[in-house]
Design a protein around this ligand. Sequence first.
Ligand SMILES: [Zn+2]
Length: 226
Amino acid sequence: METIAGVMEARAKLARLGALLFDRRLTDACGGNMSVRVGDLVCLTPSLSGSKHQWQLEPEEVLVVDFEGNILEGEGTLSREINVHFKLHREFGGVGNAVIHAHPRNLMVFAAMAVSMPPVLEATLKFGEVKCLEYAPAHSQILADTIAEALRGQEDRIAKQAAGVIASWHGLFLMGKDLDAAFDAVERFDTNAYCILMAQQALGGEGLLSRQREALAASRRRFQAS
Ligand SMILES: [Zn+2]
C-alpha cells in the first residue's frame, strides 16, 4: 500500500518537475531523464520525453519498472540511459533515491569543453568541484560505471542533498537524496556555471577563476579560524 502511494506520488512529481526542468532550460528537447526509486521499483521518465513530449508528461506516462527492466506501468519505451539509473539506484540507494540526467544550458559549456566546474557560490560550495569525466559513449555500460566510480566517496553529499558529475560532450548526471533535492542541485550547478561564464565575459577570463578561488579560500579560512 505504501509502495502504491509512493509510486503515484513519484510519477506525479517526475511529470511536474520534468516540465519545470525544460521550462527553466535545465534540460533541452534532445535529452535528459529522471528517475525515483520506490522500494524495489523505479519510476522513470520514458525515452523521447523531450523530443516527442516536450517534457509535458502526464503522470500515467511515467514508467514504472522493476530492476530487470520490465515495464510494469506507463507508456513508451525505456530511456537508453537506464544503465546509469539502475547502477546509481543499486549502488547509492542507501543514501538517495533520485537520479537526474540533464542538459542544463550553461553547464553544457563545461561539458562541451570537457572541463570540471569549481564552485564559485556559497550555494554550491558544499558540492565541491563537479568533475568532468573522461569521455564514454552515451548509453554505454562504461558510462554508467564511470559515473558510479566518480560518485563513490561522495555518499555524504548525496545523503545531505546531492552529488553530480559532468559527462564529457554530453551533460550532467546527478544523484540526490530525493527528487526535490536533486532538482535544486541541478539549478544550483547551472547557476554556478552561468556565473563563471558571465564573469569571464564581463571581466576577461584570464586568471579570473584562480583569483576567485584564492579569495574564496582566504575568506573561508578567516571564518573557520574565528
Ligand atoms: Zn543526454
